[in-house]
Design a protein around this ligand. Structure first.
Ligand SMILES: Nc1nc2c(ncn2[C@@H]2O[C@H](COP(=O)(O)OP(=O)(O)OP(=O)(O)O)[C@@H](O)[C@H]2O)c(=O)[nH]1
Ligand SMILES: [Mg+2]
Length: 303
């Protein structure tokens, strides 16, 4: 008999994650489709009633659960979904919620919402990289020239002096990655925050190696937060990189307590967030988090 279980905490999130233990035939009978192995597809839930639309993920028969469905959260949808599966003679497995596991599910919910919102706009991301995002929390990479305050910003996010800050350029040499919960309450999700070595003038092999690592981190990022310094304009190669980076990445001008000596809008005409960790870190962090999460439209994930 096919069975199902609510994996995320009930009504705790904008998205609820359900595990489905069923064969492809049973999935097809209920959802009228079976996504290809390791891929996802939007599905109508509730057959003729069509009370919701969600994301069906075919994880593979050797996984437990082999299928997942991600629906809009909230008690109403949860109980309707449950009654619908019961009417199809699926068996509900009851579990006690695990807060740690729930944090991972939140991140997966976020990743899926991202996928779904892009799929709805006809732009599904490439499956292999998306698989990585889905299995791991999305990465937010802090990048930019040396000495602009990347590590200071990372510490402000962590609420602790976890990474070294100094007035000397080139302090951070290896990427540092930390799991962090961003956003508040129902709109929070786990991301991996990555502090990187800054782009400077290359002097030796070590600098080159650090730069390669930073480039790799940027390539793997869900979002890159490009950080520039209000007081010192970036050198030409960095400026080019900021300019050519996809527009969905963020641009932030740091250290605005110092005199602003150049105009970042001349470099890149889209919106820049401005702020100072020394003067008002909470406001700056809130603005960056809002810019990261607002375009997701998680609440409108299910139309
Ligand atoms: N005035 C001012 N100084 C700041 C601010 N944030 C950081 N700094 C200072 O800027 C210097 C560089 O800060 P870091 O956080 O180490 O900069 P970074 O970008 O990580 O530098 P690298 O790791 O060398 O690439 C330090 O002396 C910080 O104290 C700010 O908001 N205002
Ligand atoms: Mg640093």
């Amino acid at each position: 008999m096919p069975s199902y279980r609510l994996l995320s905490a009930p009504a705790a999130r904008a998205i609820s994650v359900w595990g489905l233990w069923a064969t492809s035939q049973e999935i097809n009978a209920a959802f009228r489709k079976v996504p290809a192995l390791h891929s996802f597809s939007l599905c109508s839930v509730g057959a003729g009633q069509g009370f919701d639309e969600g994301l069906l993920w075919h994880k593979g028969e050797n996984r437990s659960p082999p299928f997942e469905v991600h629906l809009h959260g909230g008690q109403g949808i949860a109980s309707t979904f449950s009654s619908w599966l019961e009417s199809l003679h699926w068996q509900e497995l009851i579990s006690s919620p695990n807060p740690l596991q729930n944090r991972f599910l939140q991140a997966r919910g976020l990743a899926n919402a991202l996928w779904a919102s892009r799929a709805l706009h006809g732009d599904p991301p490439a499956a292999p990289s998306w698989q990585a995002v889905l299995e791991n929390p999305p990465k937010v990479v802090l990048a930019g020239p040396t000495n602009v305050g990347k590590s200071t910003l990372m510490n402000a996010w962590l609420g602790a002096d976890r990474v070294t800050v100094s007035p000397h350029p080139g302090t951070t040499r290896d990427s540092v990655e930390v799991g962090i919960l961003m956003g508040e309450g129902e709109a929070s999700a786990e991301v991996r925050l990555v502090d990187t070595a800054g782009f400077g003038v290359f002097e030796n092999d070590l600098d080159q190696a650090a730069l390669i690592q930073t480039r790799e981190a940027c390539d793997q990022a869900w979002k890159v937060v490009w950080l520039c310094d209000a007081h010192t304009p970036p050198i030409a190669p960095v400026a080019q990189w900021v300019q050519s980076s996809p527009s969905e990445h963020l641009r932030v001008l740091l250290r605005t307590d110092l005199e602003e000596t150049w105009c970042p809008e001349d470099l890149w005409p889209g919106p820049w967030i401005r702020g100072s960790c020394h003067q008002d870190a909470p406001t700056l962090l809130a603005e960056i988090e809002q810019a990261l999460f607002e375009p997701l439209g998680i609440l409108s994930f299910v139309r």
